[in-house]
Ligand binder design. Structure first.
Ligand code: NAP
Length: 213
């Protein structure tokens, strides 16, 4: 697939690394494409402005800080028909601590869908740290990664991309289920940053065999 990764930070680079050698054509969309040429080449990727990168892609991954998301996403132009992966968590300071600045009756992903009419938005890749996205191979079980979106075909293609990254893709339902997936990301963040677990771990979905051990 032709994949545009908008943002060249931790998540953008991690995803490019994780997808290296999986048959995808990756272009980073950067505010300063020239600055990122060497970094992109080291990951067998190209660079362009965000709007050009998105225009040429089948899948557009949004790896931007939430605080800049609305302006940056609107500048991408018309993405109708394209699959848009929203891996952003709507984070900010809440009561003096890192938290979600919206939720319950909406989600970041639903806001993104409102900014991009006709885009096939899928919420995913927001639930673990960038280190795991870059390399799942050292984990003893494929980590679970939930997806929420309204377009079943889009979720099918995103599931394939998640599988290329080594994730166990699970369908969480329609895009409104991003209201569950964004707080769910806070479970990982809290364990990683406040409970001493560090960044190299993930959750797995384990199913009973029905056979007592
Ligand atoms: N870090 C994680 O482990 C992790 C895990 C799951 C989800 N997430 C979510 O993924 C998103 C990206 O996180 P990240 O850690 O990759 O962020 P980051 O390291 O800060 O990188 C964000 C990138 O966004 C681009 N950008 C565009 N406009 C910008 C602006 N006005 N100000 C700053 N950057 C701008 C920059 O790339 P250019 O300079 O090339 O334009 C920048 O490198 C966030 O919403 C975060 O909540 C992060």
């Amino acid at each position: 697939m032709r994949v545009a990764i908008i943002g060249t930070g931790s998540v953008g680079r991690a995803l490019a690394l994780g997808l290296t050698g999986k048959g995808h054509k990756i272009v980073f969309g950067s505010r300063d494409p020239q600055r990122e040429v060497d970094m992109a080449e080291s990951l067998a990727a190209a660079t362009a402005t965000p709007a050009i990168a998105a225009k040429g892609a089948q899948i557009v991954i949004l790896a931007l800080p939430w605080r800049v998301a609305q302006d940056a996403v609107r500048e991408l132009g018309d993405l109708a028909g394209k699959i848009v992966i929203d891996c952003m968590n709507p984070l900010g300071m809440v009561d003096g601590a890192l938290g979600l600045v919206l939720g319950h009756d909406t989600s970041g992903a639903e806001q993104v869908a409102g900014w991009l009419p006709g885009a096939r938005v899928v919420k995913t890749l927001n639930q673990v740290g960038a280190e795991v996205m870059a390399d799942t191979s050292t984990l003893p079980h494929p980590p679970v990664m939930f997806m929420a979106g309204d377009d079943a075909a889009a979720k099918g293609q995103v599931a394939s991309l998640l599988s290329d990254l080594g994730f166990d893709a699970q369908d969480a339902g329609d895009l409104r289920k991003a209201r569950l997936l964004e707080p769910f990301a806070m479970v990982w963040i809290n364990q990683a940053l406040a409970r001493g677990k560090g960044r190299h771990w993930a959750l797995a979905a384990l199913h009973s065999t029905g056979e007592p051990q």
